[in-house]
Write a protein that binds this ligand. Sequence first.
Ligand code: FRU
Length: 495
Amino acid sequence: MTSELLQKARTFEARYGRFIPDDQRPVFHMTPNIGWMNDPNGFSIYKGEIHLFYQYHPYENKWGPMHWGHAKTRDFIRWERLPAAMAPDMPYDKDGCFSGSAIELPDGRQLLMYTGVRQVRAENGEVSDIQTQCVAIGDGENYEKLDINPIITAADLPQGGSPHDFRDPKIYKEGDTYYCLVGNRPADGSGSILLYESKDCLSWTYDGVLASCHNQYGLMWECPDFFELDGKYVLLVSPQEMNPIGLEFHAGNGTVCIIGGYDREKHHQIRECVQAIDYGLDFYAPQTLQMPDGRRVMIAWMQNWETTNCQPRGIRYFGEMTIPRELHVRDGRLIQNPVRELENYRSYQILYKNVVFSGTTSLQNVKGRVLDMTVKVRPAMENGSYQWFKINVAMDGEHYVTVRYKPESNTVRIDRTHSGFSHDIVCVRDFLVRPCQKEIKLRLILDRHSLELFVNDGEQAATAMLYTDLNADAINFEADGCVSMDVEKYDLVME
Ligand code: FRU
């Protein structure tokens, strides 16, 4: 049965969502029906289609009592917006249906597992969350929350665990056993990822701690995901309150990928390598699914929590998801590239080979704000060198956003200082790339107000939102020293 609260959300989004003009949305990135969106939830296959739910507050462009919005796609590019799936309409989730995941059950129904939030007031007046894990089951559009909710509670926590930070269940299946990861905060205040198992998704037993932060990478670890990939076990987490570490991690909310082995007996990940997932400014709470063809695909919220009040005016939604990315592990590192389906939308190829220049140049027909462009750069002479190379996009007389490569320091920088933000926010990120290479390959995906950069076939990714007016669509190239570059550019066109 659809509750009054859910019906209200569905009526609201149906009535007002359709008045958001298409040209206020990106062309191929997922956006909410209306209002606020944060984390991707329930990214999964159901009856042969790819479903994506999301943290949703339809009534305003700011975070509020969390609903689950819903969309689906067949190819990760063309999204169909569906009616909201859940509202915070039960005593155990009255203050929010927080993040979670989804899975298709053997009987053909779809199960959503999420965190129910209920706020309580202590005698001293302090308000805190009680977070529990809950389920709803449905047919791909309508879902019933089960009477047995909540199904994982404080009673299922290990000693020292906290019911206040106990969230974001990620469910997966191995053989005939279901597993579920949940983020938690042990007594030392740092993050840990707890593992539970079940035969029916309803009754869960605690297995142990999959991984702990020990106050090393931020504090609370949000939105965990764990999977086997290319012979390694990969854990993705989104830590809060990180301290910066070199050029690898910046302060605040970050994303961390831990690659290693897995001790099945102890249910414990064996840590080998730790890295950031995305080196840009706007990327959080990634979640993955596995495609029937074996691909592991990741999507994330293309935002960061610090700048959610820097919104363009007059637009009735806020929040975009990244382009879904295919993942691999190579040489102990995470490799990510846009899903190959994006290539089906490429049109109007422009190719330039061996363009030799120093100073500034622009190329005929290389411009636009919805495009897929790969640039390869090397010194113009065999043993030559150059100080730096820049690509400027989203340019008009006043604005530009820059991607810069500096061979000497092996760094790439993305810089949106001049993108038109009128807030004093972080606009620059530098990150390390593989040293000593003759040539660097930079692939830029632009979709109106976003830039996603993939370096050297996905060795690093860096993502940023830019709210520059869409008329700013010029592109140019700059080099300090003599370079030779190849440019391959496509418009991305949705018929
Ligand atoms: C991450 C997060 C999750 C939580 C959700 C609430 O961005 O804080 O931990 O479930 O957002 O909207």
